[in-house]
Design a protein around this ligand. Structure first.
Ligand SMILES: Cc1ncc(COP(=O)(O)O)c(C=O)c1O
Length: 306
């Protein structure tokens, strides 16, 4: 097995071998490539360490179970490979992408008789959201949620997300807002949505209609710790508009204030009074502190909010 060299910032692990990212090759008949028959995870790297790795690996195993690929990681050393990848890549602030597919087989919808899964992971440098960006907030673009009914599986079938994200970008927004045909707020394009409404922090329940974000789960825990009343029931789009505060949460953006929303059939609307609200800032600070504790790093309070 080729060894890893220190400080190669594009190190790839692919099916038992380490190589530069550009050297990775996936077969034409990989089921992930042809059928989207796979699942993935994105983990945050901060201070050169992986954040909440166990949570992400648990969700990866759960996703694999849901697509009947339980055996893919049986006895697999992914737990030790991921930290080694981060260390050898020299990535201090960034992310690790992990993907597992049902492997290479002649193209057929049915499962191959013998599966040899494709397992890959790589670490990359990434800019995190800075204080200015955080205080400016983000805008959402609402689209009807046309994804499948198993959004709880972190599947590599992301075509609906690709189209929605592109539509949001073309509308000048920073993130997608998926709304159900009944007008319920589901989640962001790659984030969960929180609404502080009538003094209660509301977010969509962890059902088949959303991905139960790792960050979402930590936000809920932090909110309860701060004695903020939490209710995991979905809000209507009209409630989002009149909410005191709105924010999104995800691995790459932590807690990010939302200041406006557009939709194909509506004028742009200001949300949260057009600036990050106090509850959002408290949670953003609490999140930063929790991450610092987890990583064993010092935690300056970036926003000075309380
Ligand atoms: C659809 C969707 N919802 C929510 C999230 C947030 O999940 P996490 O906090 O685990 O990053 C993601 C992350 O990519 C996502 O793709």
């Amino acid at each position: 097995m080729p060894t890893m060299e220190q400080g190669d910032s594009s190190m790839l692990y692919l099916n038992g071998a380490f190589m530069a990212l550009e050297q990775g090759r996936i077969a034409v008949e990989d089921r992930g490539f042809q059928l989207g028959d796979g699942v993935y995870e994105v983990l945050k790297v901060d201070a050169g360490k992986l954040l909440w790795m166990e949570d992400h690996l648990d969700r990866l195993l759960w996703s694999l179970g849901e697509i009947r690929l339980h055996e893919a990681l049986e006895g697999h050393p992914l737990h030790s490979i991921l930290p080694r990848l981060v260390e050898s890549s020299g990535v201090v602030r960034g992310s690790v992408y992990v993907q597992v597919t049902r492997g290479v087989a002649p193209r057929d919808f049915l499962f191959p008789e013998r599966t040899s899964p494709t397992v890959l992971a790589y670490a990359q440098e990434e800019e995190f959201v800075g204080a200015d960006e955080l205080l400016a907030g983000i805008t959402l673009h609402a689209v009807e949620d046309i994804r499948w009914a198993r959004c709880d599986i972190k599947s590599t079938n992301l075509l609906a997300a690709v189209l929605a994200k592109q539509a949001a970008r073309e509308a000048g927004a920073g993130e997608v807002l998926y709304v159900s045909p009944e007008g319920l707020v589901r989640e962001g394009g790659s984030s969960n949505v929180f609404v502080f409404l009538d003094g209660v922090l509301r977010t969509h329940p962890a059902s088949n209609r959303i991905l139960n974000g790792i960050t979402r789960q930590h936000v809920l825990e932090l909110a309860r710790g701060l004695a903020i009343t939490v209710d995991e029931t979905a809000v209507q789009f009209d409630d989002l508009i009149r909410a005191e505060e709105v924010f999104i949460a995800s691995t790459t953006r932590d807690v990010m204030p939302v200041v406006g929303v557009s939709a194909p059939d509506r004028d742009y609307l200001t949300l949260s009074g057009g600036r990050p609200g106090p509850v959002t800032l408290r949670l953003a600070d609490a999140m930063r502190a929790a991450i610092a504790v987890e990583l064993g790093a010092p935690s300056p309070t970036m926003l000075g909010s309380s």
